[in-house]
Design a protein around this ligand. Structure first.
Ligand SMILES: Cc1cc2nc3c(=O)[nH]c(=O)nc-3n(C[C@H](O)[C@H](O)[C@H](O)COP(=O)(O)OP(=O)(O)OC[C@H]3O[C@@H](n4cnc5c(N)ncnc54)[C@H](O)[C@@H]3O)c2cc1C
Length: 112
């Protein structure tokens, strides 16, 4: 495991992807968690509903998106609980992931 502070991002939606990208040059180890292994580009969902696009046209593999960003690891699974007191995130498979205090990362993002 990396010696860098562990940052966990729950959700590979627009918000989660944006934060992970912003942390590309920050000395942290990012774990990006989503219950799906793909990101859905929601603004184009209506085109799938109206058969103008295939479902795979509005989905992108999260692992592929971050294959060149070494400080991001993608974890497939559903988060079932966050214990702030002990800085742990619980997953539906019983696994637990540590995370660092968010303040340092938020300070960095506030500067960018
Ligand atoms: C049909 C449609 C059209 C839209 N069009 C536009 C538009 O034109 N312009 C615009 O600005 N906005 C549009 N939006 C809104 C925009 O898509 C959302 O505001 C945006 O996707 C929200 O991003 P988010 O990261 O907060 O959440 P989401 O994109 O919803 O991402 C949340 C992610 O978290 C994951 N997740 C949730 N719970 C858990 C859990 N417990 N464990 C693990 N993973 C979890 C989900 O799988 C998901 O990938 C549209 C939305 C829809 C539905």
């Amino acid at each position: 495991m990396s010696n860098y502070p562990q940052v966990v991002i729950v959700g590979a939606g627009f918000g989660g992807l944006g934060v992970a990208e912003q942390l590309a040059h920050v000395p942290v180890a990012v774990t990006l968690i989503d219950r799906h292994n793909y990101h859905t580009f929601q603004p184009l969902l209506y085109q799938v509903a109206t058969s103008l696009l295939n479902a795979e046209d509005v989905g992108a593999s999260v692992r592929s998106m971050f294959r060149h960003q070494e400080n991001v690891n993608f974890r497939l699974g559903t988060v079932t609980g966050i214990d702030v007191a002990v800085k742990k995130i619980r997953m539906d498979d019983g696994d637990e992931t540590n995370f660092a205090p968010a303040l340092r990362c938020l300070r960095h993002l506030a500067k960018t």
